[in-house]
Design a protein around this ligand. Structure first.
Ligand SMILES: Cc1cc2nc3c(=O)[nH]c(=O)nc-3n(C[C@H](O)[C@H](O)[C@H](O)COP(=O)(O)OP(=O)(O)OC[C@H]3O[C@@H](n4cnc5c(N)ncnc54)[C@H](O)[C@@H]3O)c2cc1C
Length: 388
């Protein structure tokens, strides 16, 4: 997403020739999983011309918090908080952004960047086809960014100590859908973790059920997460399957546990949680955007928003600054501060929602409101406001 948006930003910012290198061959596969975008952040990005209502979305309005309570199907409802978010399916959202990449830009699929070397006059980019020189390189290449490594080799994603199990499946497979209104996002909380559950568009007029369960892996698990990685569908280690099934059966109320168990192995991912932020968003002729620059834990609900905001800010700076050096310096000042604050927020929410969970069993609506106010602190949930 950051790559498509950055190409649009560079085009609008006056770049005459743009090349996008994308490692994935062909079209990026539809991952079928979801993300949520705060209504206010959507409005800012829409007025900047990066998203619009053509992208299939589902409007949600509230977050219902449930804790297991004996055999009660949904559990006990702790309370309800507002949730003014649109939900999206990653695949269709990416396709819409891809369509915004200007026709004049050259989009190269299956082109893995293996080397990035910057000098005062330009940047050498190496792929299997050889090396090419560019005036400027925007690294929108995700959390294992080659561009970030070239600029800030010392920055390493830090493992947070827990995993996200993630799944999505067609809504037709959901049992008793009438128990759970379409506009409700659910937080099914338990000691040491939680599951966030909401519906997303399938991009073909229907809906999918999307969920993410966060908790620590079993302590005896012989998997190392020091090197950033994710485990795609079908490769889930047996112990991780067993752990997920155990949590679904013992920690989630029957309805939410059954929902998680409805997901097939081919529909499951496991993503170890990492976070980091680069010290700067620009260094000489290298620029960073999206997850390449900063990964905040997904509890912030703002990673995609942050990636798109990076692009809109880059465009604004390129079009208003007297020269590209000033544009990049002011881009860095603005976005690095946001990146740092989102990482902080993600850590704070990670503590409250996973690592040091409160006693959910005794919490009520008032307690929930008070707890959330403390956890969210400066109110960055869903992403920071886009400053002009
Ligand atoms: C469990 C989970 C839930 C989330 N929920 C939300 C949410 O509700 N709301 C929200 O806003 N965000 C959410 N996010 C965050 C959001 O998904 C990411 O922040 C966002 O997708 C990052 O986009 P990106 O384009 O920066 O990086 P990526 O999506 O990682 O894209 C990087 C691209 O670069 C390519 N690439 C990498 N290396 C190379 C190379 N060497 N050469 C060529 N190409 C390369 C890759 O193929 C890829 O296409 C969530 C994240 C997770 C893990």
């Amino acid at each position: 997403m950051a790559g498509c948006a950055a190409a649009l930003a560079a085009h609008r910012g006056g770049a005459a020739e743009i090349t996008v290198f994308e490692r994935a061959a062909g079209q990026l596969a539809d991952r079928g999983v979801g993300l949520a975008m705060h209504n206010d952040r959507y409005a800012e990005l829409e007025s900047a011309g990066y998203v619009d209502a053509e992208m299939p979305w589902l409007q949600l309005s509230r977050r219902c918090w449930y804790v297991k309570n004996g055999s009660a199907p949904l559990g006990r409802r702790i309370g309800v908080l507002p949730f003014p978010f649109r939900t999206y399916n990653w695949g269709p959202l990416w396709h819409e952004l891809r369509d915004r990449v200007p026709k004049s830009a050259e989009f190269r699929n299956g082109a893995t960047v293996t080397g990035v070397e910057a000098d005062p006059d330009g940047v050498e980019v190496t792929t299997a086809s050889g090396s090419e020189r560019f005036d400027l390189v925007i690294g929108a290449d995700g959390y294992r960014s080659a561009v970030r490594t070239a600029a800030f080799a010392e920055v390493r994603p830090e493992y947070a100590g827990y995993l996200a199990w993630r799944g999505a499946f067609p809504a037709e497979r959901l049992m008793a859908p009438e128990l759970w209104p379409d506009e409700d996002c659910v937080y099914a909380v338990f000691p040491g973790g939680h599951t966030i559950i909401y519906r997303i568009p399938d991009g073909k007029g229907g809906l999918r059920i999307n969920w993410v369960l966060y908790t620590a892996p079993p302590p005896d698990l012989d998997l190392r997460f020091d090197n950033p990685t994710s485990l795609p569908p079908g490769t889930l280690a047996e112990t991780l399957h067993t752990r997920l099934a155990h949590i679904a059966d013992t920690q989630l109320a029957p309805y939410w546990g059954q929902l998680v168990r409805t997901t097939t192995a081919e529909e499951l991912f496991v993503q170890p949680m990492y976070d980091f932020t680069a010290p700067h968003y620009a260094s000489g002729r290298l620029v960073l955007a999206g997850d390449a620059a900063t990964v905040a834990r997904p509890h912030t609900g703002g990673g995609a928003v942050k990636a798109l905001q990076d692009a809109t800010t880059l465009e604004a700076r390129l079009t208003s600054a007297p020269d590209w050096e000033t544009a990049l310096r002011t881009y860095d000042e603005s976005r690095a501060a946001t990146g740092r604050s989102m990482v902080e927020l993600g850590r704070q929410l990670g503590l409250g929602l996973v690592q040091e969970t409160p006693d959910w069993s005794t919490m009520d609506q008032r307690g929930l409101e008070k707890w959330w106010q403390q956890a969210d602190g400066s109110g960055g949930f869903g992403g920071r406001r886009l400053t002009s």
